[in-house]
Design a protein around this ligand. Sequence first.
Ligand code: HEM
Ligand code: HEM
Length: 187
Amino acid sequence: MLKNTKTAYGWISILLHWVMALTIAGMFGLGLYMVELTYYDAWYKGSLDLHKSIGILLLGFLLLRTLWRCININPDSADKHASKFEVTSAHLVHLALYLLMFTLMISGYLISTADGRGIMVFEVFSVSAIPFSVANQEDIAGEIHEILAWVLVVLAGVHALAAVKHHVINKNNTLVRMLKVQTTENK
Ligand code: HEM
Ligand code: HEM
Protein backbone atom coordinates (compact mmCIF):
# COMPACT_ATOMS: atom_id res chain seq x y z
CA MET A 1 0.00 0.00 0.00
CA LEU A 2 1.71 3.18 -1.19
CA LYS A 3 -0.96 5.77 -0.41
CA ASN A 4 -2.45 6.66 2.97
CA THR A 5 -5.99 5.72 3.91
CA LYS A 6 -8.34 7.24 6.51
CA THR A 7 -6.90 4.85 9.13
CA ALA A 8 -3.32 4.09 8.02
CA TYR A 9 -0.13 5.62 6.63
CA GLY A 10 1.14 4.15 3.34
CA TRP A 11 4.78 3.20 2.67
CA ILE A 12 5.69 6.49 0.97
CA SER A 13 4.65 8.61 3.99
CA ILE A 14 6.33 6.16 6.39
CA LEU A 15 9.62 6.09 4.44
CA LEU A 16 9.71 9.85 3.99
CA HIS A 17 9.01 10.35 7.72
CA TRP A 18 11.81 8.06 8.96
CA VAL A 19 14.44 8.85 6.33
CA MET A 20 13.99 12.54 7.09
CA ALA A 21 13.83 12.14 10.90
CA LEU A 22 17.10 10.14 10.95
CA THR A 23 18.83 12.48 8.50
CA ILE A 24 17.77 15.57 10.47
CA ALA A 25 19.17 14.02 13.67
CA GLY A 26 22.45 13.31 11.85
CA MET A 27 22.55 16.83 10.35
CA PHE A 28 22.06 18.35 13.81
CA GLY A 29 25.03 16.39 15.19
CA LEU A 30 27.16 17.13 12.13
CA GLY A 31 26.28 20.86 12.32
CA LEU A 32 27.29 21.13 15.99
CA TYR A 33 30.51 19.17 15.33
CA MET A 34 31.62 21.03 12.21
CA VAL A 35 31.28 24.56 13.66
CA GLU A 36 33.86 23.59 16.32
CA LEU A 37 36.46 22.66 13.66
CA THR A 38 39.14 25.15 12.57
CA TYR A 39 40.54 25.77 9.12
CA TYR A 40 43.49 23.47 9.96
CA ASP A 41 41.34 20.42 10.78
CA ALA A 42 41.39 17.79 8.03
CA TRP A 43 37.61 17.57 7.93
CA TYR A 44 36.90 21.33 7.99
CA LYS A 45 35.87 21.71 4.34
CA GLY A 46 34.62 18.13 3.87
CA SER A 47 32.16 18.30 6.77
CA LEU A 48 30.72 21.61 5.57
CA ASP A 49 30.36 20.32 1.99
CA LEU A 50 28.66 17.17 3.31
CA HIS A 51 26.28 19.21 5.50
CA LYS A 52 25.31 21.48 2.61
CA SER A 53 24.93 18.64 0.07
CA ILE A 54 22.73 16.53 2.37
CA GLY A 55 20.81 19.70 3.31
CA ILE A 56 19.91 20.43 -0.32
CA LEU A 57 18.81 16.82 -0.88
CA LEU A 58 16.75 17.04 2.29
CA LEU A 59 15.06 20.18 0.94
CA GLY A 60 14.15 18.16 -2.18
CA PHE A 61 12.69 15.41 0.02
CA LEU A 62 10.75 18.03 1.98
CA LEU A 63 9.21 19.45 -1.20
CA LEU A 64 8.23 15.93 -2.31
CA ARG A 65 6.80 15.15 1.14
CA THR A 66 4.75 18.35 1.18
CA LEU A 67 3.41 17.64 -2.30
CA TRP A 68 2.63 14.02 -1.33
CA ARG A 69 0.79 15.22 1.77
CA CYS A 70 -1.25 17.70 -0.28
CA ILE A 71 -2.40 15.17 -2.89
CA ASN A 72 -2.99 12.37 -0.37
CA ILE A 73 -5.53 11.58 2.35
CA ASN A 74 -4.31 12.10 5.90
CA PRO A 75 -5.26 9.43 8.45
CA ASP A 76 -7.58 10.42 11.32
CA SER A 77 -6.24 10.21 14.88
CA ALA A 78 -5.45 6.62 15.93
CA ASP A 79 -6.58 7.47 19.47
CA LYS A 80 -10.36 6.99 19.60
CA HIS A 81 -10.49 8.72 23.01
CA ALA A 82 -8.41 11.77 22.06
CA SER A 83 -9.96 15.10 23.05
CA LYS A 84 -10.45 17.89 20.51
CA PHE A 85 -7.59 19.73 22.22
CA GLU A 86 -5.20 16.78 21.75
CA VAL A 87 -6.12 16.32 18.08
CA THR A 88 -5.72 20.05 17.37
CA SER A 89 -2.39 20.30 19.21
CA ALA A 90 -1.02 17.28 17.31
CA HIS A 91 -1.98 18.99 14.03
CA LEU A 92 -0.40 22.27 15.13
CA VAL A 93 2.83 20.47 16.10
CA HIS A 94 2.95 18.75 12.68
CA LEU A 95 2.41 22.09 10.95
CA ALA A 96 5.12 23.71 13.09
CA LEU A 97 7.53 20.86 12.24
CA TYR A 98 6.96 21.47 8.51
CA LEU A 99 7.48 25.25 8.91
CA LEU A 100 10.65 24.67 10.98
CA MET A 101 12.07 22.23 8.43
CA PHE A 102 11.45 24.71 5.58
CA THR A 103 12.85 27.76 7.39
CA LEU A 104 15.86 25.80 8.68
CA MET A 105 16.79 24.62 5.22
CA ILE A 106 16.19 28.02 3.63
CA SER A 107 18.32 29.74 6.30
CA GLY A 108 21.08 27.15 5.63
CA TYR A 109 20.88 27.97 1.92
CA LEU A 110 21.09 31.70 2.70
CA ILE A 111 24.24 31.22 4.85
CA SER A 112 25.93 29.18 2.16
CA THR A 113 25.06 31.48 -0.75
CA ALA A 114 25.63 34.82 1.04
CA ASP A 115 28.83 35.41 -0.97
CA GLY A 116 26.90 35.00 -4.25
CA ARG A 117 28.31 31.53 -4.96
CA GLY A 118 26.00 28.53 -5.53
CA ILE A 119 26.09 25.21 -3.64
CA MET A 120 27.81 22.19 -5.20
CA VAL A 121 25.84 19.08 -4.24
CA PHE A 122 28.12 16.01 -3.99
CA GLU A 123 30.11 17.28 -7.01
CA VAL A 124 27.11 16.24 -9.15
CA PHE A 125 25.01 19.35 -9.64
CA SER A 126 24.96 22.86 -8.32
CA VAL A 127 22.19 25.07 -6.95
CA SER A 128 22.57 28.75 -7.83
CA ALA A 129 22.56 31.61 -5.37
CA ILE A 130 19.74 34.16 -5.58
CA PRO A 131 21.03 37.25 -7.42
CA PHE A 132 20.91 39.61 -4.41
CA SER A 133 21.95 39.52 -0.75
CA VAL A 134 21.48 41.66 2.34
CA ALA A 135 24.20 43.15 4.56
CA ASN A 136 25.62 40.61 7.05
CA GLN A 137 23.50 37.89 5.45
CA GLU A 138 25.89 35.12 6.48
CA ASP A 139 25.84 36.12 10.19
CA ILE A 140 22.10 36.82 10.37
CA ALA A 141 21.13 33.60 8.55
CA GLY A 142 23.69 31.71 10.70
CA GLU A 143 22.10 32.92 13.96
CA ILE A 144 18.61 32.08 12.68
CA HIS A 145 19.81 28.66 11.45
CA GLU A 146 21.29 27.77 14.84
CA ILE A 147 18.14 28.82 16.76
CA LEU A 148 15.79 27.02 14.34
CA ALA A 149 17.88 23.84 14.51
CA TRP A 150 17.52 23.77 18.31
CA VAL A 151 13.78 24.58 18.22
CA LEU A 152 13.17 21.85 15.62
CA VAL A 153 15.10 19.23 17.57
CA VAL A 154 13.36 20.09 20.87
CA LEU A 155 9.88 20.13 19.28
CA ALA A 156 10.59 16.85 17.44
CA GLY A 157 11.66 15.42 20.84
CA VAL A 158 8.33 16.44 22.41
CA HIS A 159 6.51 15.00 19.37
CA ALA A 160 8.43 11.70 19.75
CA LEU A 161 7.62 11.55 23.48
CA ALA A 162 3.93 12.04 22.68
CA ALA A 163 4.14 9.13 20.21
CA VAL A 164 5.80 6.90 22.84
CA LYS A 165 3.18 7.94 25.43
CA HIS A 166 0.41 6.84 23.04
CA HIS A 167 2.15 3.48 22.67
CA VAL A 168 3.05 2.78 26.31
CA ILE A 169 0.31 4.53 28.31
CA ASN A 170 -2.70 4.80 25.98
CA LYS A 171 -1.81 1.50 24.24
CA ASN A 172 -3.15 2.50 20.82
CA ASN A 173 -1.46 2.09 17.42
CA THR A 174 -0.39 5.74 16.84
CA LEU A 175 3.31 4.77 16.79
CA VAL A 176 2.97 1.34 15.20
CA ARG A 177 1.10 2.70 12.18
CA MET A 178 4.01 5.08 11.51
CA LEU A 179 6.42 2.11 11.64
CA LYS A 180 4.61 -0.29 9.32
CA VAL A 181 1.60 -0.22 7.03
CA GLN A 182 -1.54 -1.32 8.88
CA THR A 183 -3.64 -3.66 6.80
CA THR A 184 -6.80 -5.33 8.04
CA GLU A 185 -4.76 -8.53 8.77
CA ASN A 186 -2.15 -6.92 11.05
CA LYS A 187 -4.40 -4.38 12.81
C1 HEM B 1 17.49 19.64 8.69
C2 HEM B 1 18.48 20.22 8.18
C3 HEM B 1 19.58 20.90 8.94
C4 HEM B 1 19.97 20.80 10.25
C5 HEM B 1 19.34 19.96 11.37
C6 HEM B 1 21.10 21.69 10.43
C7 HEM B 1 21.77 21.90 11.62
C8 HEM B 1 22.84 22.75 11.79
C9 HEM B 1 23.48 23.03 13.05
C10 HEM B 1 23.08 22.45 14.40
C11 HEM B 1 24.51 23.88 12.80
C12 HEM B 1 25.47 24.46 13.84
C13 HEM B 1 24.98 25.84 14.26
C14 HEM B 1 25.89 26.49 15.26
O1 HEM B 1 26.08 25.93 16.36
O2 HEM B 1 26.41 27.58 14.94
C15 HEM B 1 24.52 24.15 11.37
C16 HEM B 1 25.42 24.99 10.73
C17 HEM B 1 25.41 25.22 9.38
N1 HEM B 1 24.50 24.74 8.44
FE1 HEM B 1 22.96 23.53 8.84
N2 HEM B 1 21.39 22.29 9.22
C18 HEM B 1 20.48 21.83 8.29
C19 HEM B 1 20.40 22.18 6.96
C20 HEM B 1 21.30 22.98 6.30
C21 HEM B 1 21.24 23.33 4.90
C22 HEM B 1 20.11 22.92 3.93
C23 HEM B 1 22.34 24.09 4.63
C24 HEM B 1 22.77 24.70 3.31
C25 HEM B 1 22.42 24.30 2.17
C26 HEM B 1 23.07 24.26 5.86
C27 HEM B 1 24.23 25.00 6.01
C28 HEM B 1 24.88 25.23 7.20
C29 HEM B 1 26.07 26.04 7.32
C30 HEM B 1 26.81 26.77 6.19
C31 HEM B 1 26.41 26.04 8.69
C32 HEM B 1 27.62 26.73 9.34
C33 HEM B 1 27.16 28.01 9.95
C34 HEM B 1 28.30 28.73 10.62
O3 HEM B 1 29.46 28.56 10.24
O4 HEM B 1 27.97 29.49 11.55
N3 HEM B 1 22.41 23.57 6.87
N4 HEM B 1 23.48 23.45 10.78
C1 HEM C 1 13.19 15.39 13.23
C2 HEM C 1 12.37 14.46 13.63
C3 HEM C 1 10.90 14.36 13.24
C4 HEM C 1 10.13 15.17 12.44
C5 HEM C 1 10.55 16.42 11.68
C6 HEM C 1 8.79 14.58 12.42
C7 HEM C 1 7.70 15.11 11.71
C8 HEM C 1 6.44 14.54 11.64
C9 HEM C 1 5.34 15.06 10.86
C10 HEM C 1 5.39 16.33 10.03
C11 HEM C 1 4.29 14.20 11.01
C12 HEM C 1 2.89 14.31 10.37
C13 HEM C 1 2.75 13.29 9.28
C14 HEM C 1 3.48 13.73 8.02
O1 HEM C 1 3.08 14.72 7.41
O2 HEM C 1 4.47 13.06 7.65
C15 HEM C 1 4.73 13.14 11.89
C16 HEM C 1 3.95 12.08 12.31
C17 HEM C 1 4.35 11.15 13.24
N1 HEM C 1 5.59 11.05 13.84
FE1 HEM C 1 7.17 12.25 13.53
N2 HEM C 1 8.77 13.45 13.20
C18 HEM C 1 10.04 13.29 13.72
C19 HEM C 1 10.46 12.27 14.56
C20 HEM C 1 9.65 11.31 15.12
C21 HEM C 1 10.07 10.32 16.10
C22 HEM C 1 11.49 10.20 16.67
C23 HEM C 1 8.95 9.58 16.39
C24 HEM C 1 8.76 8.40 17.35
C25 HEM C 1 9.52 8.06 18.34
C26 HEM C 1 7.86 10.08 15.57
C27 HEM C 1 6.59 9.55 15.54
C28 HEM C 1 5.56 10.00 14.74
C29 HEM C 1 4.24 9.36 14.68
C30 HEM C 1 3.78 8.17 15.49
C31 HEM C 1 3.49 10.09 13.75
C32 HEM C 1 2.02 9.85 13.36
C33 HEM C 1 1.15 10.74 14.23
C34 HEM C 1 -0.33 10.59 13.95
O3 HEM C 1 -0.74 9.59 13.37
O4 HEM C 1 -1.07 11.52 14.31
N3 HEM C 1 8.31 11.14 14.83
N4 HEM C 1 6.04 13.37 12.26
